[in-house]
Design a protein. Structure first.
Lengths: 188, 188
């Protein structure tokens, strides 16, 4: 028997990503986002949802571009800091000791220190209520050499991304391998 | 220096969810989905993206409803199985030993054995390309008593959701706590 918890945004896992953008003055800004995910394979697209009240919102609308930088669990303090203050009155990059790098593909900066970054062009903007969803076409994924496996693909156990848990609002790391997709189910 | 990996859907973490629906004959069906995430807090909404070729696609369009059942890492074989075969010719629930429970809020079934389920009414359908995004309003979240914490909220370390890693297509568990959101960043 399941207990009803109500109409809440409680689902697991959700990500911890830094959404990077330039403001009207060209200053680099970033915010932490957990409301998002891949939404299409072809064209490759990722969606992030922002409240209109955020400083980043106007930047994404204006520049039609954003980046997603995936912080490592070693960077949980910096990542969380990007959700604590506003880019309106704070240079978050400087305060956190992070370096904004201008994307050569889209009009947005990514975080040099994060092991994996995605450069996205805004394809669609959907006003859903408190949040507005930005669907971004992924134009490139860039990764530190140190987090690539022997096949040249990103290794999640080297990236060590941060998992956000809604409800108790706690960050978690990634655990052990549970097996290969499209494979372990063949035992059924 | 970052290495370019190309325009791919490589980001971490992504979820492993079972999207439940009824087909035209009223038969319960489910599929595994990693392309999705929360997309709005008010109204509370979750998005999942399905290829038009999936059997579930027509069910969501027709019934304007779906559920998301969050499997535990103990259920990784069953979850993966739901991505290996099609509901067109297979009763996946019966084969996996899972029980479809009719939602009393939306026209879709959830998986009784999964520790956490969300019941969603389709609000928007966005055709993005290979995938179509279904934005569902979360009408209720239901959880097994066993996965609730002392405050009556879901505990991710009791749910033990499955993380999907695109690229190498491997499932992972959840790791250790890294600290509280909106808190650990205050040390910056």
């Amino acid at each position: 028997m399941k207990r009803s918890i109500g109409a809440k945004t409680l689902v697991y896992p959700t990500p911890t990503w830094i959404v990077g953008s330039y403001d009207a003055q060209g200053r680099p800004n970033g915010m932490v986002a957990a409301w998002g995910g891949i939404c299409c394979s072809d064209p490759p697209c990722l969606a992030v949802s922002l409240r209109k009240a955020t400083y980043s919102y106007g930047s994404l609308v204006e520049r039609k571009a954003f980046t997603v930088s995936v912080p490592s669990q070693r960077q949980v303090k910096e990542a969380d800091y990007f959700g604590l203050v506003s880019g309106r009155d704070t240079d978050k990059f400087a305060a956190a000791g992070w370096t904004p790098i201008r994307s050569d593909l889209v009009d947005a900066p990514f975080v040099q220190e994060c092991p994996l970054v995605l450069e996205c062009k805004v394809l669609q903007i959907y006003d859903l209520g408190l949040h507005t969803q930005f669907v971004g076409q992924i134009l490139d994924v860039k990764a530190d050499e140190a987090v690539l496996d022997v096949a040249g693909m990103p290794d999640i156990l080297k990236i060590l991304p941060i998992i956000f848990s809604p409800g108790n609002r706690v960050y978690y790391g990634v655990g052990e391998s549970l097996g290969h997709a499209f494979a372990v189910g063949k035992e059924i």
